[in-house]
Design a protein around this ligand. Sequence first.
Ligand code: HSE
Length: 340
Amino acid sequence: VRIIVIGTGIVGGSFIKLLSLRTADLIRDFGIRPRLVAVADEYGAAINSQGLDQERLLATIKKKGSVCHDPKFGNPGLTGVEVIRENDAEVVVEATPTNVVNGEPGMSHIRTALTERKNVITSNKGPLALALPALLELAQYNGVHLRFSGTVGGGTPILDFAKRSLLGDQIISVQGILNGTTNYILTQMTDEGLPFDVALKEAQKAGFAEANPSMDIDGYDTAAKIVIIANWILKKRVTLKNVELRGIRNITLKEVKDAASKGKRLKLIASAEGGIQVAPKAIPIDHPLCVSGVLNAVTFTSKYAGEETIVGRGAGGMETASALLRDLLEIKNQLARINI
Ligand code: HSE
């Protein structure tokens, strides 16, 4: 499978690393030999139709700050859109940072790839939160796949669980903690008495906060994820502007302690049940959603099976990279079925 990777930050870099770590078992267990034909970042690209060496890419990023500085394969100044248009590949992995204002640069990367009939795997929530219904239509029109299991829950298969495992049921509502950074901040405030700003800095240092932390603490990241769930799982045609949104920026230590004294924990909760909302709520400590640290938890309420909660680490480079790889294997299976 020929792959183009756009974005070499925490997620894109981890994906390249994961491919390198799993080369042998991907060939042995899945019959798949991923070939990175182009990798682009904000400064340019490295291109080799025979396949770029993953270790060499990672070393170039570490030493020189961009893959475009590779002396043999580097192309400084080349944009992601040009790279997608000008190189043959079956799959584009789009892992640039989330932007919920206009979705760029991810929006152009995804649109270009789908229009060029390339399958897309993305961890970028911005374009999906703003235009998921239109992007799914564009993929369908061009006969290719758009997959995004890493956008919700990091490596935890929240979307896949609801889409596949609950196929025989009807999901009525969804409620959950969808952002690791805010859960970490609220947990540190409750358990350690840390002030908001100190807890936020710790989350940034650990690498799971967004490049722009307002995305986490003002609830946009959570809102983007519940929009993706609402479209993909509940079949609602909604975007970010349909979400009633309140983040945790103004939460004080006193509010956190008051909730704790009543046997509850403050959590940033997203819910889709009729309307779509994101707001801080006090959750009883014995409720399955009451998970701490960077964990995410989502409760699906189905007509016949009732409430089911899935819990897991909702952020992190290698965790999200494992979701990208899951999507790659899924697309490979779909392509194999078509080719039979
Ligand atoms: N900033 C996000 C979080 C990363 O903290 O959950 C994963 O989407």
